[in-house]
Design a protein around this ligand. Structure first.
Ligand SMILES: [Zn+2]
Ligand SMILES: [Zn+2]
Length: 368
């Protein structure tokens, strides 16, 4: 079948919205999803700086949501025709971590999601003149009108929900909220500092506020701090001196949890200095430089850990976040600005310039 998609051909070129060809329909365990919307995540844009590790040309996009229009499985499958689904990251389902309900730490996470996808997908997607496109990105490649997806990546949601806005629940929103709810299990009486008030950081702020956690948010941009404050955090400008002391002042003498979304070593060091004994620093962004720990930094049972995809089992966390949103306690939709898929380059520019927190691309609706 032929449909339109945003193709990234090289690290430097803009996205090109063009017709592409899917040569085979869903095999066993796969579904074809008509995309209603797809969030733009930092990881999509980071491909431009991936030093060639992500194969191009490719169709990116990994926060898709849509309607199942074909299935490779029979009527007994858990996800069927007409179901509304939110798509999340890919995992093998078979390794030790997948079997331990930790699919974000799948042995094959990097290869399945970032660096080439499933081997059997090679050559299934081509451009209009037969040029090969990389296999699926995060198991989906959702900057497109359709996405062919492993059914295990899809989470069914109520058909009454605004489907086109739900895609970010599959990655960025899940990452920030999951760090607070799953990794930290933060609750009333706890304190949290969030470094970076972008899509992931603000999702963490919202989840913390919903859970009664006293939260401080640090960012360089005043307008992002205004948002963090609106969602319940104490705003602290990153630029001022004495950040660790200021964090401690607003977290009852030291934060129990710190979540870094910036990969900025100076900010991370400030957050470490502001942790209380037994406090935990979670890192969701890949560090760009070495982190040098001063002696004694981790004394008092303090710890640092990496957090991928909010430690989430998407089938559990996405419905939980939707429930919080319906109760008015997790207003993630307020971070979204929608763009037609054809305007994807404008969305990227706005995202890079900090003019929008979470762009969501909407494919043009066409009669099938
Ligand atoms: Zn696995
Ligand atoms: Zn993402």
């Amino acid at each position: 079948m032929k449909f339109r998609a945003a193709v990234l051909r090289s690290h430097e070129t803009p996205f090109a919205v063009e017709e592409i060809v899917l040569s085979t329909g869903p095999a066993a365990g796969e579904i074809l999803v008509e995309i209603a919307g797809c969030g733009m995540c930092r990881t999509d844009l980071a491909v431009r700086h991936s030093a060639g590790r992500t194969p191009l040309p490719a169709v990116l996009g990994h926060e898709g949501s849509g309607v199942v229009v074909a299935s490779g499985d029979g009527p007994d499958s858990t996800i069927g025709l007409g179901d509304h689904v939110v798509l999340s990251f890919d995992s093998c389902g078979d390794c030790r971590n997948c079997r331990s309900a930790a699919p974000a730490y799948c042995d094959s996470f990097a290869s399945l999601n970032l660096f080439g996808g499933r081997e059997e997908d090679a050559s299934r997607l081509t451009d209009a003149v037969g040029g090969a496109l990389a296999p699926r990105w995060f198991g989906q490649s959702s900057f497109a009108e359709y996405a062919l997806v492993p059914a295990r990546n899809a989470v069914r949601v109520d058909a009454a929900l605004p489907l086109e806005l739900l895609g970010p629940l599959g990655c960025g929103t899940l990452t920030g909220a999951g760090a607070v709810l799953n990794t930290f299990r933060a609750g009333p009486g706890d304190t949290l500092v969030v470094l970076g008030a972008g899509a992931v950081g603000l999702a963490a702020v919202m989840a913390a506020t919903a859970g009664g956690v006293r939260t401080v948010a640090v960012d360089r941009h005043p307008e992002r701090l205004d948002l963090a404050e609106r969602f319940g955090a104490v705003p602290l400008p990153a630029a001022k001196a004495g950040l660790a002391e200021r964090i401690r002042r607003y977290t009852d003498g030291g934060a129990q949890y710190a979540l870094d979304t910036t990969a900025s070593a100076p900010l991370i060091n400030d957050a470490l200095r502001a942790l209380r004994p037994t406090g935990t620093l979670g890192l969701v962004a890949r560090l760009r430089t070495a982190l040098q720990l001063e002696p004694g930094t981790l004394d008092g049972g303090r710890s640092i850990r990496h957090i991928c995809e909010g430690d989430a089992v998407p089938e559990l966390l996405i419905p939980r976040l939707i429930g919080l949103w319906q109760a008015g306690r997790f207003p993630f939709d307020q971070l979204i600005r929608t763009y037609p898929l054809a305007d994807i380059n404008e969305a990227e520019r706005d995202c890079d310039a900090g003019r929008v927190i979470k762009p969501v691309l909407l494919p043009e609706r066409r009669d099938r």
